[in-house]
Ligand binder design. Structure first.
Ligand code: HEC
Length: 175
């Protein structure tokens, strides 16, 4: 009994301690605050598991066609992915270096994510990070599939191809 009472008392003290720490403003929400390794590990696992479980749409038959990849490059440029992630021959904007977590180089993650996973991430975004939901930003599903096809091909897209494909692209603006 005594043992259980001690555990109960400790749980209450811990609960009060957490409430004071978080609601009392002691926790820093600064983007400059370093995450402990365990937090980074847990957040990465949560993200990967969540994407794995949710991404279950099948890509269209034309996935990966040259025309689709080019349309994807244009949508990628017009929706501003390059501002945060960069693109072949295009540097990301300086502001993206202030994001925490920082946007990955998509050339490096293209091989790790399936077409369905890319589609899901681009459509829904990643909550509480800088990664926007492009469905909310007005992109149609066929545009999102084309962007996913382009991202898959990123490792082999040359700077010159990207430049030619996106030469006449205007950035999307709110209406
Ligand atoms: C405002 C900045 C910003 C823009 C614009 C942006 N992203 Fe992201 N993106 C991020 C950040 C930050 C992350 C990392 C989130 C994390 O670590 O959990 C991310 C993550 C991703 C990932 C997941 C990588 C992984 O390993 O799971 C993909 C794929 C991605 N972005 C694609 C895109 C595409 C395609 C576009 C354009 C349609 C885009 N992003 C636009 C900031 C951005």
């Amino acid at each position: 009994m005594r043992f259980l009472a001690t555990i109960g008392a400790l749980a209450i003290v811990l609960g009060i301690g957490c409430a004071v720490f978080f609601f009392g403003g002691f926790y820093s929400v600064a983007a400059t605050a370093e995450d402990p390794a365990a937090v980074t590990w847990a957040l990465t696992r949560v993200r990967t598991a969540s994407i794995d479980r949710h991404a279950d749409d099948s890509p269209p038959a034309s996935f990966g066609d040259a025309a689709m990849v080019q349309a994807g490059a244009q949508a990628y440029a017009s929706y501003g992915c390059s501002h945060c992630h960069g693109a072949p021959g295009v540097k990301w904007l300086k502001l993206s270096e202030g994001l925490h977590p920082d946007p990955p180089n998509l050339k490096e993650v293209a091989g790790d994510l399936s077409p369905a996973q890319l589609f899901w991430v681009i459509k829904n975004g990643i909550n509480m990070t800088g990664m926007p939901s492009f469905e909310q930003a007005g992109a149609r599903d066929d545009e999102i599939w084309s962007i996913a096809a382009f991202v898959k091909k990123l490792p082999s897209v040359s700077d010159a191809d990207y430049k030619t494909w996106t030469a006449s692209v205007e950035p999307k603006q709110a209406q």
